[in-house]
Design a protein around this ligand. Structure first.
Ligand code: HEM
Length: 481
């Protein structure tokens, strides 16, 4: 009896001890976890400084109720080169330094994916290269790059000259003030068509142009499927463009033409198993490239027209360079050569300075695919990231007296990542050489044979959506003789 009593006491003691040990184990575990958590919070990078504005709307109203450049510049002044905000329903981190832009676009590009609103993606076409990363993007980009390589675009010079001269003549013969931006858009669209389709039949060109202008109107309107709205009309016009492109593709396939334009490059593509691109993929990329080429080139050309108009000394200097080329072409009797377009150093610097001053692509958008740490700050997964090109181009540390138009600053190459009018990294602009070629040829004919006067020359800017001079720079043109 005594023995059994002492055994049960021992068992009770043992079970108490087990309980105590279990308790101690659990408690210590809990403590460690808690300590880890505290340490984690302490060592976890913090969000960048900045204001997230009001619930839901964030700082969207502040951005759209003033000049966006003032919004970005004042933020940078207040918070420095990296700051957070909340616009258009998205939390964002903005980066205003060359290193920040390089981090997002080049060295850590795999951590950030391109991001566009679904409504816009639908209008351009989901297979367009802008929206992709990785293998598919590399494949399409190679085809686009080949179709826009110096070797290919040099062949376009005579056709671009024809477009330039016929545009300038039409502005003169209009006999009245024209909206320079709208006219530059027509010109840029025609050159876009040249690089995508080569010499396209006139009726196809007109149909594409007509439907394209409807798509454009819808692109910046409120996306709703309600019949009769700009957005729903744009979707219908896009469908028609798709049909026109299919017709052009069928004709090309029938004729077995081996053209060097973008359509030719895409039709000739075969992967290692002999698979071709679908008509859908081709159409989305054709629409995408036309879209990327038009307003960008037209906005910069409109600014060039204004900068040259407002500074007679600049105009005289560029004229002197271009008149020498004009003489070399026997006063325009011979077409411009590729070599001549490569040897216009002053005009080239004026173009670079115009790209810097106007910075028509003020920023770009990416989205963090994982939590990213940059300079001790956290960029959470899913947040938008915006490298601010304009802030960098207008920073006196990299471009002294940034508000002065001074082409001589480009006599020396700018420091790396301080001049990115065409972006940087895997998504940088494959059309940059064509864009500059268009500008060189247009300036050549403009200053050697024409005069122009800007009517209502105001200093305001309008956003369409890129910044352009107010009212599209109403201008009148004359032939020199
Ligand atoms: C002055 C005129 C132009 C400017 C300032 C410009 C600027 C840019 C910039 C900044 C990007 C990069 C956007 C980003 O990283 O998110 C870009 C991309 C692109 N641009 Fe341009 N561009 C111009 C003209 C053109 C032309 C003429 C073409 C074609 C004929 C073109 C085709 C493209 C394409 C296809 C992309 C997307 C590339 C990709 O995602 O891999 N651009 N452009």
């Amino acid at each position: 009896m005594e023995i059994s009593a002492s055994i049960s006491t021992l068992l009770l003691l043992l079970s108490w001890m087990c309980f105590l040990l279990l308790f101690l184990f659990l408690f210590s575990n809990l403590l460690t976890k808690k300590r880890d958590k505290v340490e984690n919070v302490a060592s976890k990078p913090k969000l960048p400084p900045g204001s997230m504005g009001w619930p839901y709307v964030g700082e969207t109203l502040q951005l759209y109720s003033q000049d966006p450049n003032i919004f970005f510049a004042s933020k940078q002044k207040r918070y420095g080169e990296i700051f957070k905000t909340h616009i258009l329903g998205c939390p964002c981190v903005m980066l205003a330094s060359p290193e920040g832009a390089r981090f997002v676009l080049v060295t850590h590009a795999h951590l950030f994916k391109p991001t566009y609103p679904k409504s816009k993606e639908k209008l351009i076409g989901p297979s367009a290269l802008f929206f992709h990363q990785g293998h598919y993007h590399t494949l399409i980009r190679k085809l686009v790059q080949n179709s826009l390589s110096p070797d290919t675009i040099r062949r376009l010079i005579p056709d671009i000259e024809t477009e330039v001269v016929s545009s300038l003549e039409s502005w003169v013969s209009a006999g009245h003030v024209v909206n320079a931006f709208q006219e530059m858009k027509k010109f840029s669209f025609n050159v876009g068509i040249l690089s995508v389709f080569g010499n396209l039949e006139g009726n196809y060109r007109d149909q594409l142009k007509e439907n394209y202008s409807i798509v454009e109107k819808g692109y910046n309107s409120f996306p709703t499927m309600i019949r009769g709205t700009s957005y729903s009309k744009a979707l219908l016009a896009r469908k028609r463009i798709r049909e026109i492109i299919s017709e052009i593709i069928s004709k090309r396939k029938e004729q077995r033409l081996m053209e060097k334009d973008l359509l030719g490059h895409m039709l000739n593509y075969r992967d290692e198993k002999g698979k071709t691109l679908t008509d859908e993929q081709i159409a989305d990329n054709v629409i995408g490239v036309l879209f990327a080429a038009q307003d960008t080139t037209a906005s910069v050309l409109t600014w060039i027209l204004k900068y040259l108009h407002d500074d007679q000394k600049l105009l005289e200097a560029i004229k002197a360079e271009q008149m020498a080329v004009y003489e070399a072409t026997e006063q325009g009797k011979m077409p411009l050569t590729w070599g001549q377009t490569r040897n216009m150093p002053f005009t080239h610097r004026v173009i670079l300075e115009s790209l810097r001053m106007a910075s028509i692509i003020s920023f770009t958008f990416r989205e963090a695919v994982v939590d990213v740490e940059y300079k001790g700050y956290l960029i959470p997964k899913g947040w938008k990231v915006m490298p601010l090109f304009r802030n960098i181009h207008h920073n006196p540390e990299f471009h002294p007296a940034p508000h002065n138009f001074d082409p001589s600053r480009f006599e020396m190459a700018p420091k790396p990542n301080t001049f990115m009018p065409f972006g940087n990294g895997v998504h940088s602009c494959p059309g940059n050489e064509l864009a500059k070629l268009n500008m060189l040829i247009l300036i050549h004919h403009l200053v050697t044979k024409f005069r122009w006067e800007v009517v209502e020359n105001q200093n305001g800017v309008q956003y369409s959506p890129f910044p352009v001079p107010l009212h599209g720079l109403p201008t009148r043109f004359w032939r020199n003789d």
